[in-house]
Design a protein around this ligand. Sequence first.
Ligand code: NAI
Length: 802
Amino acid sequence: MSIAEKFVAMEYGPAPEDPKEALAWLDRHQRHFGFFIDGIWQPPAAGQYFDTFDPSTGDRLASVAQGDAADVDAAVRAARAASAKWRALATHARARYLYALARLVQKHSRLLAVLETLDNGKPIRESRDIDIPLVARHFYYHAGWAQLIEREFPEHEPCGVVGQIIPWNFPLLMLAWKIAPALATGNTVVLKPAEFTPLTALMFAELCQEAGLPAGVVNLVTGDGSTGELLVKHPDVDKIAFTGSTEVGRAIRESTAASHKRLSLELGGKSPFIIFEDADLDSAVEGLVDGIWFNQGQVCCAGSRLLMQESIAEPLIAKIRDRMSTLRIGPPLDKAIDIGAIVARVQLERIQRMVAQGVAEGASCWQPQTSLPSKGFYFPPTLLSNVHPTSIVAQQEIFGPVLAAMTFRTPREAVDLANNTVYGLASCVWSENINVALHVAAQLKAGVVWVNCTNLFDAACGFGGYRESGYGREGGREGLLEYMEPKWFRHAPKLTSNSVENFSVPTGSPTRTLSEQDAQASPTIDRTVKLYIGGKQARPDSGYSMEVRSPDGRLLGEAPLGNRKDIRNAVEAAHKANGWAKATAHTRAQILYYCAENLAQRRHEVARRLGQAVGEKQAELEVEIGIQRIFSYAAWADKFDGAVHNPPFRNIAIAMNEAIGTVGVICPADAPLLGFFSLVMPLLAMGNTVITIPSERYPLIAGDLYQLFDTSDLPGGTVNIVTGYVSQLLKPLAEHDDVDAIWCYGDEATVATAKAMSTGNLKQVWTNEGRAIDWFDAKLAEGRWFLEHATQVKNIWVPYGE
Ligand code: NAI
């Protein structure tokens, strides 16, 4: 072809990156890898290996060890042995190691990028310009945190030994997201890379050696899901951090329920990509290319659901098709390739299957005329239009280069459609009207909102999901909290008494019906309280009550025996009261102050009644400190601010602390009033609505509480109180899909039950881990730690400049 002809055709020639160095590195290891445990390479105990392949050719790259129980145990033991010294190391020394790792990643960036592309199939342009630079950025950023950690978090300490399990879509980047914050905060690590893509992790092990990282601080055990499961179940692991499918995330939640392992989950998504009619359509289409065709769409936060305003749907679809026709699909080592190979045959087949099902459900499928390489696993960029919002391709994660398009008419409809998913990882809003964009951003239930941009990531900006996309954040200040705990909490004694010993009635055996009791009411019965649902006193569905007795056996009154139906009513009321989250923080503060004021006015009568159950001295303390506690959270309501991050792009990222939503609260038995306020007030201050099960020991507190709320202008449904036995009420509460989180303060068995039953919609669970909490000590029992659990961070990225 002559130069003149080339100018006319504007065809790309092949521009392959040379894999020579990467292949030489594999050869230096005889294409055979053991584990990296205790600073050295170790063979698998059972001698089992599996192969890893280049998905663009199907060629074998290397054999990698398959970890079994003995291997995982050896790695955990090495991490435990290294733990004390690593956490005691001067923060500056830890910072220097992380800095060294950042520098080494930069030094070997080309080799790492080529190795990543060989193993994963992603275009070299992406591994070279996005993955590996972000890996280095993550280690730099966390080297900074390692330096500052003691000064910034003086009351915290590391979890200890952390088990980390990562997926195959961003192999080295996910490793960095996991290892950098864990090391910066003083933890030691056992990491299991994904079975399809272990190679860059193994090369990272060499970088650890080169950096002189103390033996055992980072350990790598390769293997498949069974190796991951062994790590999750290992008794000497203090925390599990997982990124991968929602299904496995759920299994991990279940299998860690009975342990005290901390857990963070970064799971799937079905992120909406919303384009309004006033958007810059050409920019939006470019954004879409990054949103769904980046990394072949194998991205947890891929903008896989296109929501177009109806008025622009036709021209927009035409533009998208034109742009899709120019996407180049082919060997990922070619520097001019946009779409590389799918990671493995099984994933390719999954994409094919889901697209076929979407078409069978009525979607129209469009793909550009393009020829796929004859070898390897490829899938063309695909546009599915006329997709019904309930179709499998609109609801389930495809994890491939497939866009499902739908239309909307109004901003409100856009928000409804966008939130019509069990997930909540990310979202995009395109509009030239900043008011519309930010108004919509505020209403989206997602951990990240990109306004007029897409798929931007930075170590300073926390990343993570709402709802079934998981919990916990990676990156930013909030990401560090996943790897630390308050010192006092870690050393708090085991809770010894959460029993119902003060009840004359054994758990589960109701005494009499309320109507009988009404009829036989005698002067010895001091009080009969009701349930409090939707701002009204309500009789229990069961018609039964439970006797409440003082420690010396005197009958103090009767409390209704709530059941599943009462919980359902309470959840519905709490759900409807979502105006509370939209009230200004100032309004919330005022109402809480008002609660404190009203309690202060009734302090003597409340203390007198409470004193019958917990003794005079404790009752007086509970009331006095309770007033202070409410005051504290009224004060916090407008002060627990978010942040504005400055990522290294022309963007600001606004990190908002948002309410979680509807929260179920199991109150501690021993401090009926103060325990209630200590848990409910931080949730209210941050805009959550709650369903509470008050102290089993003294549920009569409900009567004082609803009088307090009724007289303090708290909107009906914001707080709902269902008295009864935790053993009966916890299950319907934890299993309810409209409950977004559970706070459970009880003994070990109750706490484990709360975790195990919350897996349905993967609600966040926060507990006392069966430990005793001194509610009377404000230093421990109130403040940021509670507020952090009462909120989730949403990062809204806003670009600036022309
Ligand atoms: P997966 O969730 O099975 O694998 C992710 C990691 O978890 C791998 O390291 C795997 O070995 C490990 N693992 C698997 N089972 C385990 C268990 N029981 N206990 C502990 N660890 C376990 O994901 P998979 O099968 O690779 O992909 C299936 C689908 O999951 C994808 O099509 C996609 O929809 C989704 N996915 C989402 C990711 C995300 O970033 N959110 C990443 C990878 C997959």
